[in-house]
Ligand binder design. Structure first.
Ligand code: NDP
Length: 289
């Protein structure tokens, strides 16, 4: 049976993430052209078969598909504005982290210049790229996603969220908000147990199991929020207030700063003060909107 040819692709940006993505593309057999603003990156990619473009104009001109893995929204414009005429008729997949509004702006800019546009949020660190467990969320032009689906699957599990180009970034940053809050909570807890001589490594083992068990409750919290019905028989906000008051006092007694836990206590205190003490903890969602 004849082999299906692999699509050729250009990768702009060869720092940790761009390098990992370009490496996965080369490894999966895609003819890959690479470019980085500062010379000296990506020699190892060239050794395994990548072609190096000597300018960004050359890089975007040689292939119909261009993947940008730069620093931020401004760096995408700075890199591509001068060569936008060369991108006309081609496809741009932007894996640079941007805000949802910046992703929408880039999609409008691409459309105005005749460029197909897909935005992506990388839910992985560089060492995970090309491995099971890595995923990238996409939004924007469905046709750009569909026509490159197998190439994108060689980077990470690829999920298309919808036509709004800001969707991938919204999910990306929402998931990162969950992650940062969880890690910050761990740092707080580790500081508390350090006051009684427990190592952070030991606490990490214990907290990992605890967080995993608690995470199973998230879909149920979600269903409660979507129903808008916060009535509950168990662990209402008044109960949570007593718990948070005790945790804050214990933290203070242990000499642990309250930067992480105090905002949670404030959210609960405010709701109880406003007369919502009988409702479920999930009502906090309403307080945040
Ligand atoms: P780095 O900060 O290490 O690298 C940034 C890259 O952008 C470099 O190649 C740099 O080139 C280039 N760059 C910066 N400014 C400009 C500019 N004005 N013009 C042209 N090129 C520019 O980032 P990472 O490789 O870690 O990440 C790349 C993107 O991937 C980021 O948006 C990041 O948020 C996202 N990402 C990264 C993850 C990670 O774990 N690393 C995880 C998920 C997403 P130069 O070498 O010349 O400085």
């Amino acid at each position: 049976m004849a082999e299906i040819p692999h699509e050729a692709v250009t990768v702009l940006g060869l720092s940790a993430m761009g390098h990992a993505l370009a490496g996965a593309l080369v490894a999966s057999g895609h003819p890959t052209t690479v470019w980085n603003r500062t010379p000296g990156r990506g020699d190892d990619l060239v050794e395994v078969g990548a072609a190096r473009a000597s300018s960004v104009a050359e890089a975007v001109g040689v292939n119909d598909l261009v993947i940008a893995v730069l620093l931020d929204h401004a760096s995408v414009h700075e890199t591509l504005d001068p060569v936008i005429a060369r991108l006309r008729g081609r496809q741009l997949i932007n894996l640079t982290s941007t805000t949802p509004e910046h992703a929408r702006e880039l999609a409008r800019w691409a459309a105005a210049n005749g460029v197909g546009y897909l935005d992506g949020g990388i839910m992985a660190v560089p060492s995970m790229i090309g491995q099971p467990g890595a995923s990238i969320l996409y939004s924007g032009e469905r046709a750009v996603f569909e026509s490159n689906r197998s190439l994108l699957e060689s980077l990470a599990a690829a999920e298309y969220l919808g036509e709004d180009p800001g969707l991938a970034s919204t999910y990306d940053f929402a998931l990162l908000s969950v992650m940062y809050s969880m890690f910050a909570g761990f740092f707080h807890g580790a500081a508390m147990v350090r006051s009684v001589g427990v190592s952070a490594a030991e606490f990490g083992e214990r907290a990992s199991g605890w967080v995993t068990a608690m995470a199973h409750g998230l879909p149920e919290y979600g269903r409660t929020i979507d129903s808008g019905d916060y009535t509950t028989d168990v662990q209402h906000l008044g109960f949570q207030k007593a718990a948070l008051d005790a945790i804050v006092t214990a933290s203070r007694d242990a000499g642990v700063a309250l930067d992480v836990i105090a905002p949670v206590k404030n959210l609960i205190d405010r709701q109880v003060a406003d007369g919502h003490g009988d409702l479920a903890f999930a009502r906090t969602f309403e307080e945040l909107r």
